[in-house]
Ligand binder design. Structure first.
Ligand code: GLP
Length: 241
């Protein structure tokens, strides 16, 4: 496990974008695992700027998003499909067929989860997985539980997650209660993982994730034993470690 510290959110975003850009330069057809939430927005902004400066080409890149709310269509303004379009995909030259996100309206959930997992395998697996972290230690939407799922599955969101995400919806009642998420095994299959966090409010969970025991009650702790994990945090978090 490698821990890198950036002065602030902007620096964390820049360092992360540079790692992704280097990967895409080395391997133009890289398979990237992508995350949503507030934290990665700065990374996407920087990657778009690099694309505009002709420093990165996404024409052969394939992407797999971690998760999607169950019950939201891809054009719902709070769906992760919409987030990815409006924060990243609409501004770069990625091919639509190469950008994968679980289908939040899938009729047959088991089939959709199996299809998604197979699509990752068919692309040869994820080269670099970008992750944020929830305040309760969730990654993707793998919530703390007695046991963790290996592959893509439907999950019931925790109250804490629902209320954290209500800021995007306006009201708690409008936040979907379920999501489709890649499992811990799907995430672990990535050759390289970069987890980013910024702001003092993430310090407690980052400290537990790094120093605590491996536990399904803190899904991100599992990453401690990944072969190539880089955690990029800012100084406000570092001060509390
Ligand atoms: C959501 C996403 C996670 C993300 C988390 C933290 O729950 N499913 O992938 O890491 O939010 O988001 P934020 O970066 O806004 O704190």
């Amino acid at each position: 496990m490698k821990i890198l510290v950036g002065k602030n959110y902007d620096r964390v975003s820049e360092m992360t974008a540079n790692i992704i850009a280097t990967k895409v330069k080395e391997k133009p057809d890289a398979v990237l695992g992508l995350a949503t939430g507030g934290t990665p927005k700065g990374v996407y902004k920087r990657l778009i700027a690099m694309y505009n400066d002709k420093k990165i080409d996404f024409s052969k890149v394939k992407t797999f998003n971690l998760d999607e709310y169950y019950g939201l269509s891809s054009n719902h303004p709070q769906s992760y499909a919409y987030y990815m379009k409006t924060n990243f995909f609409d501004y770069i030259n990625i091919k639509e067929e190469n950008a994968h996100i679980p289908d939040g309206l899938a009729q047959d959930i088991d089939e959709e989860c199996h299809r998604y997992e197979q699509a990752i395998k068919d692309c040869g697996g994820i080269d670099l997985q970008l992750l944020g972290i929830g305040h309760n230690g969730h990654i993707g939407f793998n919530e703390p539980d007695d046991a963790l799922h290996t592959s893509t599955h439907l999950v019931n969101l925790h109250e804490k997650t629902i209320s954290a995400n209500s800021r995007f919806f306006g009201k708690d009642e409008e936040v979907p209660r379920q999501a489709i998420t890649m499992g811990i095994g799907s995430i672990f299959g990535a050759d390289e993982i970069v987890l980013i966090a910024s702001g003092e409010d993430k310090a407690e969970i980052i400290a537990k994730m790094i120093n605590g025991q491996l536990s399904s009650k803190l899904p991100a702790s599992m990453l401690q034993i990944h072969k190539s994990l880089t955690i990029i945090i800012d100084e406000p978090i570092q001060k509390h470690l």
